[in-house]
Design a protein around this ligand. Structure first.
Ligand code: 13P
Length: 351
């Protein structure tokens, strides 16, 4: 069953990690992203732009496809289906079609109109149990072959939109969609910090997540980014793997022209890209949504797997060593009852 993205992004914000939000383009993308999320035991946001929705013959098709793939692939991690950069009308259509989350991109309106429309859609989305993302300050990118530098959102405007009850906020901090130009100036952490100071615990969204250096994504997550959007990297990986297959003449061997064979390397490349993207930044395993793991992650910063959690906890917080296997409460009880008395006995300390 699809879930709202509210809880997963709020847990990510509290735990200092981020949820990967991957754009869907067709059936192969859907299967590949869900497969990667399930194998990694990670909550995931699958999202669809209005253009991709049209390409896939409508939002209802997208909803049915994602639901059916989840059923047939026995997907058990939390999955939210989100509209990416929706217009007002697109949001209404996705609410009707059965999405579990929407983004209203009113960044091209003046702030008053953005506020009015966002407010209306917040009420509507929440009445259906859906989450909603809003945007302030456009995200740059390639248009008609011209690549614009990313814009920066006004922190005061971010505060106004954040106060409307939205669940997560996209704000321009110099990021752009598509490939980054060689002379890209990088993310504006000063702007991100100023926004964070104004919006408090509101989870922030980093659009244009493809091609941003890992350290920059990690820094952005430390400053409140809790959802990282990725599309172009999966598209490039898919295209490269498909090109290799054809250039090697494999479509000419046997039944290599069968789309189930022809599209397999590209699909595998998407799975690998989603996993690689996740492992390069603090992200969540499904079980990270439990409080104990979030606390552990909050303190250690970058746990991704149980093995890594153990390693990091062992190094930095010895008392946390057993936490991955327990609820927060039982870990504290065991620590108090077992380790503290042992420590006291060893050092002959008074009880
Ligand atoms: P990229 O295509 O640059 O990864 O951006 C994805 C995105 O932000 C979707 O909104």
């Amino acid at each position: 069953m699809l879930v709202s993205a509210k809880e997963m992004t709020a847990a990510a914000r509290a735990g200092h990690y981020a949820i990967g939000a991957f754009n869907l383009n067709n059936l192969e993308w859907t299967k590949a992203v869900l497969k990667a999320a399930q194998e990694e035991q990670a909550p995931v946001i699958v999202q669809c732009s209005e253009g991709a929705g049209k390409y896939m013959s409508g939002y209802k098709t997208v909803v049915d496809m994602v639901n059916d793939v989840m059923d047939n692939m026995h997907i058990t991690v939390p999955v939210a289906l989100h509209l990416d950069h929706g217009t007002y009308e697109g949001c209404l259509a996705c609410i009707d079609a059965g999405f579990s989350s929407i983004m209203f991109d009113g960044s091209h309106f003046d702030i008053e109109e953005n506020i009015a429309k966002t407010k209306e859609l917040v009420a509507l989305a929440h009445s259906k149990g859906m989450s909603i993302e809003a945007e302030v300050g456009g995200i740059g990118g390639e248009e008609d072959g011209v690549v614009s530098q990313g814009e920066c959102a006004d922190p005061e405007e971010c505060a106004k939109i954040a106060s409307l009850g939205i669940d997560f906020l996209a704000c321009g901090i110099g990021n752009i969609h598509g490939k980054y130009p060689a002379n890209w100036a990088g993310l504006r952490f000063d702007v991100l910090e100023a926004i964070k100071d104004k919006v408090g615990d509101m989870p922030l969204v980093l659009h244009g997540g493809s091609g941003i250096p890992t350290e920059m994504i990690q820094e952005a997550i430390k400053l409140g980014v809790s959802k990282v959007n990725v599309n172009t990297e999966c598209q490039i990986a898919f295209a490269e793997a498909t090109r290799k297959y054809i250039e090697a003449g494999k479509d000419l061997q046997g039944k290599g022209f069968d789309p189930r064979k022809l599209l397999a390397p590209g699909s595998d490349a998407i799975v690998a890209t989603v996993k690689e993207k996740r492992s390069s930044a603090p992200t969540a395993r499904h079980d990270a949504l439990t409080a104990s793991h979030c606390i552990c992650r909050a303190r250690t910063g970058i746990c991704r797997t149980n093995t890594e959690m153990k390693r990091v906890c062992r190094q930095d917080i010895p008392s946390c060593y057993f936490r991955p296997y327990m609820t927060g409460q039982s870990a504290i009880i065991v620590f108090r009852k077992l380790f503290i008395p042992l420590f006291q006995a060893y050092h002959n300390l008074p009880g």
